[in-house]
Design a protein around this ligand. Structure first.
Ligand code: ATP
Length: 309
């Protein structure tokens, strides 16, 4: 009698979005990337990514935010799976993504799916890869991928992929105003370069006052330290973002910032209650299409459940 090979049970990984508390953009490097000094912060908007053994590579995307995500080999989750397969003993997989992170919103949704896929395959095939190794493979896929494996709050240098943890106290509450459609990250960097013209751009260094604010755990101290060098470029491409920022501040946010390359705008609020108030006010004013409340820091990509049939 022959026995059927044991097929491992599907693995579901939950992965957060990120907001950059500080995003300092330095000079353009020879490889086309910019030198960055950034402080990543993982927040509780999640994609859930399920990986299962399949006859061929495949990807599906579901949820209200699924529009605009490629369903072929261009999907970064499938690229992550294939990259891992080129190095380790990995069979073809089906990757099913449930999107809770805005697409092309400056919150690293694609990078999050890549990070979740790497963590999922590590579990599915018992590869025994450590976090460091997963972060290393992730860096080949995109600058934000290692942080979405790690989570929490961390300083990123290089092109953002070199991580160092930050000592941060407390939980911060956020309201995210989602944009109408996405913004292309390369287009926003190009606009940043255009606006800077011949200006001499110094090497970026993370701001010690921001680190001190994070140690304090006080959102009032953090709010004035939020900074994003891509904000002017994002507003230049999408002027309505300036109005969204002004509305949020008028309705009581402690601080507001374009998230990464935008067009999502992140508002820091005092507590959960203030988050509800701001979300209601922004929605009622008609200033934004859609809002999400979240808190951070949260863990990076982590296994949610392993289905046992
Ligand atoms: P970042 O903040 O890292 O610059 P972003 O949040 O602005 O990125 P993403 O949501 O990662 O943007 O999407 C950027 C583009 O990547 C999308 O427009 C889409 O075409 C493509 N893409 C490929 N795979 C995915 C995925 N799994 N999820 C979302 N977008 C994907």
């Amino acid at each position: 009698m022959t026995t059927a090979p044991i097929v491992p049970a599907p693995v579901t990984v939950r992965v957060p979005a990120k907001v950059n508390l500080e995003l300092l953009v330095g000079p353009r490097r020879d490889d086309g990337y910019h030198h960055l000094a950034t402080v990543f912060h993982a927040v509780s908007l999640y994609d859930d990514v399920t990986v299962s053994v399949a006859d061929e590579w495949g990807v599906s995307v579901s949820g209200p935010l699924a529009a605009g995500v490629p369903l072929d080999g261009k999907n970064i989750a499938i690229r992550a799976a294939r990259l891992l397969a080129s190095r380790y003993d990995v069979d073809p997989v089906q990757v099913d993504i449930r999107k809770g992170i805005p697409v092309a919103g400056g919150m690293a949704g694609g990078s999050a799916d890549a990070a979740a896929t790497l963590v999922g395959l590590d579990h599915l095939f018992d590869l025994g890869l450590g976090r460091e190794e997963l972060e290393e493979v992730g860096a080949e896929l995109g600058s934000d991928v290692p942080f979405l494996v790690a989570g929490g709050t961390a300083v990123g240098s290089g092109r953002g992929e070199l991580l160092a943890p930050v000592l941060a106290r407390g939980t911060y509450h956020w309201v995210f105003a989602l944009g109408e459609g996405g913004l292309s990250t390369p287009a926003v960097y190009a606009e940043c370069d255009r606006l800077r013209g011949d200006e001499d751009v110094p090497e970026p260094v993370a701001n010690p006052a921001l680190m001190a604010a994070l140690r304090s755990g006080d959102p009032h101290e953090l709010a004035p330290q939020l900074a994003n060098d891509l904000q002017d470029a994002a507003i230049s491409l999408r002027p309505a973002l300036g109005d969204v920022l002004a509305s949020g501040m008028e309705f009581g946010a402690l601080g507001g910032i374009v998230s990464g390359s935008g067009p999502t705008v992140a508002f820091l609020v005092e507590d959960n209650e203030a988050g509800i108030d701001l979300a209601v006010a922004l929605t009622a004013s008609g200033a934004v299409r859609d809002v999400r409340r979240a808190s951070g820091p949260v863990h990076g990509a982590h296994v949610l459940q392993r289905r046992v049939d």
